[in-house]
Design a binder for this molecule. Structure first.
Ligand SMILES: Cc1cc2nc3c(=O)[nH]c(=O)nc-3n(C[C@H](O)[C@H](O)[C@H](O)COP(=O)(O)OP(=O)(O)OC[C@H]3O[C@@H](n4cnc5c(N)ncnc54)[C@H](O)[C@@H]3O)c2cc1C
Length: 307
């Protein structure tokens, strides 16, 4: 069943909830398993200060991330899974193998590749409704600590981390001025009753350095066409994200990678599948399912063609 030329049976790209679930499932089926990860094990879990919808009584994301890292260490020690550090750039399926190209030039081969790279942060230059100088960089809201937020804080966008941040800091009394384009209005509904949030509806925002002093000048075109200029001590990024797709995958118009449209040796799991179902439990389920699909396709076809 194992082609000797392949480095592993199952190569998992990304060690977030989807990737770790795929690796645990693959190892449990005695498949040779390798995980490639560019950062810490746990992915987006490290950003979740308050967690309430994952079975197992987890109350924060880092708690669960630590447990997942322990799972991979256990598999590594037992010789059931290799964990490699590195960044994948391209995946390609062939009749007899799948190949993964890394940014350092390495090529890894596998019987199947599970891509679970999730989504990555949008930057101000990705957002059509924001104009900012090239030297402008907004720190992410999810990483902000209440002590670090003094003065007048503006938040670019009303994406979901806003609600998470507020829930994680229930006793903080700061006001967050949230610059909210029409596309984010439905997300703002979740937090608009929180007295610490002031929603500023915008059609366009221009950010510049003030002539004197620190901070930023935030020039807002309102939805009604009215223009207002604010002085911001800090501007935080909460613009949302875009799919972290690899070259070689089939993408839809939004950049997501529908699992059913990929080459037979390439499986997609977790947030990378679509903008829907971006939750930890669904990511885990899809990771495990991607490996089971490969396993049954292979065993039922007697180790021959797998699709
Ligand atoms: C602030 C915030 C709060 C959230 N709150 C909740 C919540 O309360 N409940 C809930 O169910 N969900 C929540 N989510 C969503 C949840 O975190 C995601 O649905 C889940 O983490 C998706 O898992 P994943 O494995 O698909 O992707 P990720 O967790 O994004 O993991 C992807 C992994 O792939 C790695 N990677 C990316 N590109 C490459 C590459 N080229 N090569 C190698 N490795 C790569 C990344 O470093 C990362 O470790 C929240 C998300 C955020 C941002």
């Amino acid at each position: 069943m194992n082609a000797p030329s392949c480095d592993t049976d199952v190569l998992v790209v990304g060690a977030g909830p989807a990737g770790v679930a795929a690796a645990v499932m693959a190892a449990s089926l005695s498949l040779r398993t390798m995980v490639l990860e560019t950062g810490p094990v746990g992915g987006k879990l490290h950003r979740i200060g308050a967690l309430g919808n994952v079975p197992g009584n987890w109350t924060t994301g880092p708690q669960l991330a630590e447990a997942l890292a322990t799972d991979l260490q256990r598999l590594q020690k037992a010789g059931q899974c290799a964990v490699e550090q590195g960044r994948a750039v391209k995946a390609h399926g062939y009749d007899d193998r799948a190949e993964l190209l890394l940014d350092d030039g390495r090529v890894l081969t596998a019987k199947t590749i599970v891509v679970a790279t999730g989504v990555t942060d949008l930057t101000p230059s990705d957002a059509e409704w924001v104009t900012a100088p090239s030297k402008f960089s907004a720190p992410p809201l999810w990483r902000a600590t209440p002590l670090g937020l003094t003065g007048r804080t503006y938040v670019l966008g009303a994406d979901r981390p806003l609600g998470t941040w507020l829930r994680a800091h229930p006793n903080v009394t700061i006001t967050l001025h949230v610059l909210c384009p029409p596309t984010d209005r439905y997300k703002a509904a979740e937090v608009e009753d929180d007295s610490r949030v002031r929603i500023v509806p915008v059609s366009h925002v221009t950010i510049t350095k003030p002539m004197y002093g620190d901070g930023w000048t935030v020039d807002v075109n309102g939805e009604d066409g009215a223009r207002t200029v604010y002085a911001a001590t800090s501007v935080l990024n909460n613009l949302g994200n875009k799919p972290a797709a690899l070259a070689g995958l089939v993408s839809d118009k939004d950049g997501y990678c529908p699992p059913a449209q990929q080459h037979g040796r390439i499986r997609i799991a977790g947030d990378l599948r679509s903008a829907r179902y971006q939750r930890i439990a669904t990511a885990q389920g899809s990771g495990a399912e991607a490996v089971l699909a490969y396993y049954y396709d292979t065993t039922l076809s007697g180790g021959g063609r797998i699709w």
